[in-house]
Design a protein around this ligand. Structure first.
Ligand SMILES: [Zn+2]
Length: 336
């Protein structure tokens, strides 16, 4: 491909909502990529892990829209394939993220992965060796590795060669999106993926098809439920984790910002229903007093929590159906 051809596709303009297809939206904020405050945000954000090449951003604008139909907040102008490649291979240095991950991921991280894997396995009546799980956007393969250790047939989809090679060392089979066969997986994990992809609608449709009937899809994305409050404050200098942080709509990367309802809508349109994981650690832990004490410690952090927590267990013990209202943006969906 020659340079001219590449440059004509540097950016993609999303004229309609990438989740529901609606063309009616509200303009929430705009700023040229190479003007402050967005420019300064990009410099600060990428200087620790690589660098942005601003020569590509001439006259292009960070343009934030809110879908009037499903509530998704999304960036209208996004990077085309060539610049997406630059972003994830050059502007973010893979060697740097690998180092950071190796440094930061401690035993508690692996314990939480293990707990999550166990929690999901209790949803299925089959032996782990009869189950197939897929981690879509598996990164370095940490989650896929964890479920493989339970004996599950573990697959991943990943585009970065460095990450694929790393996952291979642990026996994780890498698949391409277009090679996913219908009715193949019992469970599909997507963790911090849907906020990055240009066309979430077509991706969820493909993933839904590749799930078996009764299979479960997990979507975990940054929580965009309070995005409109954050946009009122509009503080680009607020660090990640701060209540005013705009990281949830980070230019170039977090191009889709989900609320609970926009996520449920997206899934529903692909034949997936919101599903509550029916798992109560305390029931399992009665035989394990040390862990039970830890669970009680968590449950008693707020008095109301302990009432709700044990109330749920009592309901389950009595065979009553517990149907909470879905909140947050770490949700599970079942193919019915
Ligand atoms: Zn929409």
């Amino acid at each position: 491909m020659d340079t001219l051809e590449l440059e004509s596709n540097l950016f993609v303009i999303r004229e309609s909502c990438p989740c529901c297809g609606s063309k009616t939206n509200s303009a929430l904020y705009s700023c040229k990529f190479n003007e402050d405050p967005v420019k300064q945000y990009l410099i600060d954000f990428y200087s620790v892990q690589g660098a942005i090449e601003f020569k590509y951003f001439e006259n292009q604008e960070y343009d934030l829209r809110g879908c009037n139909n499903c509530g998704l907040v999304y960036q209208k102008t996004i990077l085309g394939d060539f610049l997406m490649g630059k972003l994830y291979s050059n502007w973010i240095d893979p060697a740097f993220t690998e180092k950071v991950i190796e440094k930061d991921y401690d035993k508690d991280y692996y314990l939480s992965n293990t707990r999550l894997a166990y929690k999901i396995l209790t949803e299925f009546k089959k032996k782990p060796s009869d189950l197939s799980f897929l981690d879509f956007g598996m990164g370095w393969g940490n989650w896929a590795k964890t479920v493989a250790s339970f004996g599950v047939n573990s697959f991943g989809v990943e585009i970065s060669e460095e990450r694929i090679e790393n996952a291979k060392k642990y026996g994780i089979k890498n698949l391409k999106l277009d090679d996913l066969k219908e009715n193949s997986f019992d469970f599909i994990n997507t963790d911090q993926v849907f906020e990055h992809i240009s066309d979430p609608k077509s991706i969820i449709e493909k993933l839904s098809k590749s799930l078996k009937k009764g299979g479960i899809l997990r979507i975990c994305v940054p929580d965009g439920n309070s995005i409109h409050e954050k946009l009122k404050v509009m503080d680009w200098a607020s660090p990640k984790g701060h209540k005013n942080s705009l990281n949830v709509v980070a230019p170039l990367e977090h191009i889709n910002c989900f609320t609970t309802t926009s996520l449920i809508d997206l899934a529903k349109n692909s034949g997936l229903q919101w599903h509550y994981l029916n798992y109560y650690p305390a029931l399992e832990l009665i035989e394990n007093k040390a862990s039970l004490l830890n669970e009680i410690k968590i449950a008693t952090m707020l008095p109301i929590k302990i009432i709700k927590y044990f109330g749920r267990i009592v309901k389950i013990k009595l065979g009553m159906k517990y149907t909470p209202v879905p909140t947050g943006t770490n949700l599970y969906f079942k193919k019915t």
